[in-house]
Design a protein around this ligand. Structure first.
Ligand code: PAF
Length: 282
């Protein structure tokens, strides 16, 4: 496994692999890898070569967010990648990615103005811009994203479609701890007491999903039940509990077709997200 930090090194390696006729799977990450990321890397193993990027992208953090404190551990990440058969890690500096000045960005419009986009106004613009750049650098056949960041996944799928990017986006299921908490690099911020309190997210998600599976189609009722569940936990503060259309990311009143039920909840100072998707039969 190689670890490189320049765009040129990635391009040279990819060019050599292409000459040998290899297919390339790509997993973009911000590092501090956990089982959630590893499941994406394992899925990418269906390609001949696997590239992982590790880059804490400043452009997707707002001014009061956790860019400086975002956890980083390259040695640990490299060890995990090696164990899971990764061929190349791209670990650029912000200067390598953005130079001294940078003007371009990818804005996905109304798709980014709901859910996390409301409380994180610059977030998806930063995500789409860096992901578009990474796709241009790595030129993968397939790229792998977790369904935990469901809005990110939907927006990236749409970006690829709208901009005719020549690759396939593969969505991979949420990986949970044994007790239900969705895996996240931000779980490391939680104190033992907060870690217990954080279980309220998955409880609320499982409750909402069960209601939908049992035939409830009224979104207001599902949202009310999920909200009430979260409010039982004194350490939890709701950012949002919403049900949106899976394609347009706009709120819906009834479950018809594909929906995303998504929540963002502060546990102490840590903002956690979770979701479920549900599709009615046509
Ligand atoms: O999901 C993430 O870790 C990031 O948003 C991504 C896709 C690597 C872009 O920085």
């Amino acid at each position: 496994m190689k670890i490189v930090s320049t765009i040129e090194e990635v391009r040279n390696q990819v060019k050599a692999w292409r000459k040998e006729g290899c297919t390339i799977g790509f997993v973009p990450t911000m590092g501090y890898l956990h089982e959630g990321h590893m499941s994406l890397i394992d899925a990418a193993g269906e390609n001949d070569k696997v590239v992982v990027s590790i880059f804490v992208n400043p452009m997707q953090f707002g001014p009061n967010e956790d860019l400086a404190s975002y956890p980083r551990d390259l040695d640990h990440d490299a060890k995990l990648c090696e164990e899971h058969g990764v061929d190349l890690i791209f670990h650029p500096t912000p200067e390598e990615m953005y130079g001294d000045s940078f003007y371009a960005y990818v804005d996905m419009n109304t798709l980014t103005q709901e859910l996390c986009g409301l409380s994180r106004p610059v977030h998806f613009r930063g995500v789409c811009t860096v992901v578009a750049k990474l796709f241009n650098i790595v030129t993968p056949d397939k790229a792998y994203f977790g369904q935990k960041d469901a809005q990110q996944l939907a927006i990236i799928k749409r970006m690829v479609k709208d901009l005719n990017m020549p690759l396939t986006i593969v969505g991979c299921p949420i990986i949970r701890e044994e007790d239900g908490l969705a895996k996240s690099s931000r779980n490391t911020y939680l104190s033992p007491e907060e870690r217990k309190a954080a279980l309220v997210l998955s409880r609320s998600i499982f409750l909402g999903r069960e209601m939908a599976e049992k035939g409830e189609r009224d979104c207001e009722k599902i949202i009310a039940a999920m909200t009430a569940e979260i409010e039982k936990e004194p350490l939890a503060k709701i950012d949002y509990v919403k049900i949106v259309d899976l394609e347009t990311m706009q709120q819906v009143k009834k479950i018809e077709g594909g929906i995303l039920a998504a929540i963002a909840v502060y546990i102490g100072k840590t903002r956690l997200i979770d979701n479920f998707m549900y599709e009615t039969e046509a």
